[in-house]
Design a protein around this ligand. Sequence first.
Ligand code: URA
Length: 209
Amino acid sequence: MGKVYVFDHPLIQHKLTFIRDKRTGTKEFRELVDEVGTLMAFEITRDLPLQEVNVQTPVSEANSKVLAGKKLGLIPILRAGLGMTDGILGLIPTAKVGHVGLYRDPETLQPVEYYVKLPSDIEERELIVIDPMLATGGSANVAIEALKKRGAKQIRLMCLIAAPEGVEAVKEEHPDVDIYLAALDEKLNEKGYIIPGLGDAGDRLYGTK
Ligand code: URA
């Protein structure tokens, strides 16, 4: 079963408070989401494998370490996922970035993919799907399925805030996917918003309504 990690680092929790606050304007909101993306990237990469190498320092030889294992791929779900992506790239600049765009079918109300553009070697990469809000889990599940259909083998899901309903939905449909969060909130309301949440992440990032 997929594991759920909630990052309780004080800096992440501090910044998340201002992200939640409705008085925080678009510019500051975007900056804070970007910064939390960087801090979460620091935490999510904690378990990456290392290998030993020798380097010559100016004074002697050193046994040191470099990253080993699979290369990373970032997969923001359009459009709110973009808000965290640059922050993550700040720490992992060599990661490739793929995009998944979804729309809501007006009849079934289910998310449907309309745009998928991925690095050519996704089956060899460890992929991080990025979506700030894990509400019902519908979009994350469709995005993860879109990646698996195209050969992805290792996928993690990174969100700012999740509702328990969304976490359960992803755990059930994709038990191989671990979920990384800054906060696990109380519930969804009748309109599908996370409570207490932060409102609509896309609108707050881009100043739309
Ligand atoms: N998407 C958002 O942007 N906010 C929510 O609360 C739920 C889904």
